[in-house]
Design a protein around this ligand. Structure first.
Ligand SMILES: *Cc1c(COP(=O)(O)O)cnc(C)c1O
Length: 383
């Protein structure tokens, strides 16, 4: 494991976010903690144990590899739901371990039934239906076949949930499309019930939908970005504020990413810094080298733009972000020494570098920046 930097998860911030979510949704709505993409870069293992200790017992992942990481940490203490890929060769493991999974095509449905029969164990499925996202989900004209199949195979396949996913609930521009999806989803649910195939629960909301469209909360919400203390988009934040008298942000960033100054050097006026000629010193400068680069997930697009905190001051990246290193301008700091703390995301004294600020510099989404942070960086939970 490399030691160039460390990621800390703040348990107090996480508790704040969870209590905001619980107060907003009420007791009847279960929160499924979405930990795909290495828990949005936070680290699956550290994240699920923190969530579990705060009362979360439902986790959503993208694929079986991630499901196995959650299982290794929490064993049978939590429900695991795979929203995306289950390879044929993993179906036995999934069913044997009571891992729940989305089913969105006939191939997977028959594979689930066949494997369950062989193992003499029920497959626990969430039927994903197409409502307008056009990614995965059964089409309307397939429903009768699916209903027939599920009734015939009810000894082997348990219809735990009915679900769908919205095509961009974080943006008002998609309001009409999402609204149509909600109606279609309700119609499909009714249709199943009329055909005596009532799923135990129905769920559809991601973070943005859960705030912008309260009717999408249903029995369970699949919450990713918000629990990590970040808004899905500025629009969702503005919308939330517009509905409240008290205009304060209820969310707190859970992640902090820190490193240390590796070395310091003086650069004379007129010299270029780093590869090529992208940065020209227009005065005598002092620069600090940080052992973080794009191989750790610090995007090269932050060259000459990114900011870090050292000794309580903002310092700008000068020159290009390299594979394992970058240089920052520390000319304005009184004294900088090797091993001084460097904050890439987080706070020092009263100032902070937010995750959102990255997108201002580099057009990266919150989501993208976080999931790119290297898995090999150690994760630690703090109070
Ligand atoms: C990623 C994902 C979510 C969670 O999305 P957030 O915007 O992070 O809350 C919910 N449902 C599905 C199907 C997803 O893929």
């Amino acid at each position: 494991m490399h030691t160039n930097s460390i990621i800390e998860l703040n348990n107090t911030a996480y508790q704040k976010n969870l209590s905001f979510l619980r107060n907003t949704f009420g007791k009847k709505v279960e929160i499924s903690c979405v930990v795909k993409g290495n828990a949005y870069g936070h680290g699956v293992t550290a994240m699920v144990s923190m969530a579990y200790h705060n009362g979360i017992t439902h986790f959503s992942v993208f694929d079986v590899e991630e499901a196995k990481v959650v299982k290794a940490k929490l064993e049978d203490k939590a429900t695991i739901m795979v929203m995306g890929l289950v390879q044929d060769e993993d179906m036995e493991w999934v069913i044997n371990n009571n891992v729940e999974f989305f089913v969105f095509d006939k191939g997977r449905l028959t594979k689930a039934a066949k494997t369950a029969k062989k193992l003499r164990k029920k497959a626990i499925i969430h039927l994903e239906v197409e409502t307008g996202m056009n990614r995965t989900g059964f089409e309307k004209n397939e429903l009768n076949t699916v209903i027939g199949f599920l009734k015939k195979e009810k000894e082997h396949v348990f219809l735990k949930g009915l679900c769908t996913h919205y095509a961009g609930a974080e943006s008002i521009a998609n309001y009409y499309r999402v609204d149509k999806q909600i109606k279609r989803f309700e119609d499909i649910y009714q249709y199943l019930c009329e055909n005596e195939l009532k799923p135990e629960i129905k769920h559809s909301a991601c973070s943005a939908a859960s705030i912008m469209f309260p009717q999408t909360r249903m029995d369970m919400v699949r919450i990713g970005i918000i629990q990590y203390g970040l808004w899905p988009s500025p629009e969702v934040f503005v919308y939330y504020l517009s509905t409240k008298k008290n205009k304060t942000d209820p969310l707190q960033r859970v992640i902090t990413w820190k490193s240390k100054v590796m070395s310091i050097k003086k650069v004379k006026i007129g010299e270029f810094i780093g590869y090529g000629t992208s940065f020209l010193a227009e005065r005598n400068m002092t620069v600090a080298t940080i052992p973080i680069g794009y191989s750790h997930g610090y995007s090269r697009s932050l060259s000459n733009q990114g900011r870090v905190l050292i000794n309580g001051h903002r310092c700008i990246v000068v020159g290009s972000v390299n594979m394992n290193m970058m240089t920052v301008d520390v000319t304005h700091l009184e004294s900088v020494k090797k091993d001084n703390e460097v904050v890439l995301i987080g706070s020092q004294n009263d100032i902070s570098i937010s995750v959102a600020s990255f997108s201002d510099y580099s057009n990266q989404l919150n989501y993208e920046l976080l999931t790119r942070i290297s898995k090999t960086i150690p994760r630690k939970t703090i109070e």
